[in-house]
Design a protein around this ligand. Structure first.
Ligand code: FEO
Length: 398
């Protein structure tokens, strides 16, 4: 990839791709990597917008050196978000450019001191403050909790670029160009945006809505997030995706997520799945919680309107991986889904009670019948499973 990728005259992409990290936040799989986008404005003043994780720092500094040419001086580092995937390299960057002033809001500067011990040569900005670079003029919009308390967005007013921090970002390294119009399999990036949003940002959906509302009147030519593609052809599309997901709007479709130790709950899942399929209700996604990582299941449950959960009892409670999944979903505060329940047990129940408690806490709409079987399901049990599938399909139509 060329080291000089221009978003506009005087504005360049200097990000790095991470293809080594297996789990983002040590939680979420990133088999296709992730990009830490960083940008540089070469004007009368030189500004870097967001730094990178402390990987590939040699290559990162080389990009900066090449763009600077004879100038050898960086005036500002603007921190939209100080989570270490964007700030891990700050100390090395500061050593390379000791005069560089670090710009952030009050919370940013507090975190800068706590994480890196940096307290000197910093500049605090407030909501709607501006910073002149020459022909470019930056304006700051505080957008807290998207996704940390200090997060903000920086808008370049003359070229109409929005440096949005984590907002509108996604998983996936940028391998075939960085712009939305250069990427041939853009749908796969959109899928990875949904997974990033649901895994990392979704808990703060209300704050995402506030941020989108705050920037709604801006004339935006380019959305430049800290992760994923730079949207220069359809910038509003990236914002619209986050808008829809943070409003928790669902698409028509079903997710069956189940666990099965000895095949009994699996038989029930198959009966439900066949009944659903016979009704031709649209997309049906099926996940075995022991085989699919929670990251992907959460993204599907966020996307689709109906979920059917099946668990065997384990030590008089839920199967542990199902318990883990449901805790994650509850923590993210997903609202307004249809849910069906099924499960089996050998010598003691317990799973169905915990599933029912989960539905009550989430205030989701339970579709009957809920089916709990001792041992292996009988023909009558499987008839009830088919009825659950059929009821769920019909409920989605109404
Ligand atoms: Fe990309 Fe919240 O860090």
């Amino acid at each position: 990839m060329s080291t000089e990728i221009s978003l506009s005259d005087r504005i360049f992409w200097i990000g790095v791709n991470d293809r080594q990290t297996a789990l983002f936040e040590e939680l979420w799989p990133i088999p296709d990597g992730i990009a830490y986008n960083s940008y540089m404005i070469l004007d009368d003043k030189v500004a870097i917008i967001d730094a990178v994780k402390d990987i590939s720092m040699d290559r990162y500094l080389e990009k900066i050196r090449r763009l600077l040419g004879e100038r050898r001086h960086v005036d500002y580092l603007i921190i939209n978000h100080i989570e270490p995937d964007h700030s891990g390299g700050i100390k090395i960057l500061r050593e390379a450019y000791p005069d560089m002033e670090i710009v952030g809001n009050k919370k940013t500067l507090e975190l800068l001191a706590h994480f890196y011990g940096i307290t000197h040569n910093v500049r605090m900005v407030n909501d709607y403050d501006t910073l002149e670079l020459g022909s470019c003029r930056l304006k700051f919009f505080l957008t807290p909790m998207v996704h940390w308390p200090e997060t903000m967005m920086t808008y370049e007013e003359t070229r109409k670029l929005l440096f949005s921090g984590d907002a509108f970002g996604g998983f996936g390294s940028l391998d075939n160009g960085i712009f939305d119009d250069e990427i041939r399999d853009l749908q796969s990036y959109e899928d990875e945006m949904l997974r990033y949003f649901t895994n990392v940002i979704a808990k703060y959906s209300v704050m995402v809505q506030k941020a989108i509302s705050k920037i709604k009147d801006l004339d935006i030519a380019i959305v430049a997030s800290t992760h994923g593609p730079v949207w220069r052809t359809r910038p509003r599309h990236a914002i619209d995706l986050y808008d829809r997901w943070s409003r928790q709007e669902a698409e028509e479709g079903f997710v069956i997520v189940y666990a099965s130790m000895y095949g009994n709950t699996e038989k029930m899942m198959e009966a439900i799945g066949h009944a659903l399929a016979a009704e031709k209700p649209g997309i049906i996604r099926i996940h075995n919680v022991s085989r699919s990582h929670a990251s992907y299941i959460i993204a599907d449950i966020w996307r689709y309107r109906a979920v059917i959960v099946g668990s065997p009892a384990y030590n008089m409670g839920l199967f542990p991986l199902m318990d883990h999944l449901l805790r994650l979903i509850e923590n993210k505060g997903l609202k307004d889904r249809l849910i069906g329940l099924f499960g089996s047990y050998g010598w003691s129940g317990g799973a169905m009670k915990e599933l029912t408690d989960f539905v009550g806490r989430m205030k989701w709409q339970l579709i009957e019948p809920a089916i709990e079987v001792k041992g292996s399901p009988t023909e009558e049990d499987l008839r009830k499973c088919r009825l659950l599938g059929s009821n769920m399909a019909q409920r989605l139509r109404t």
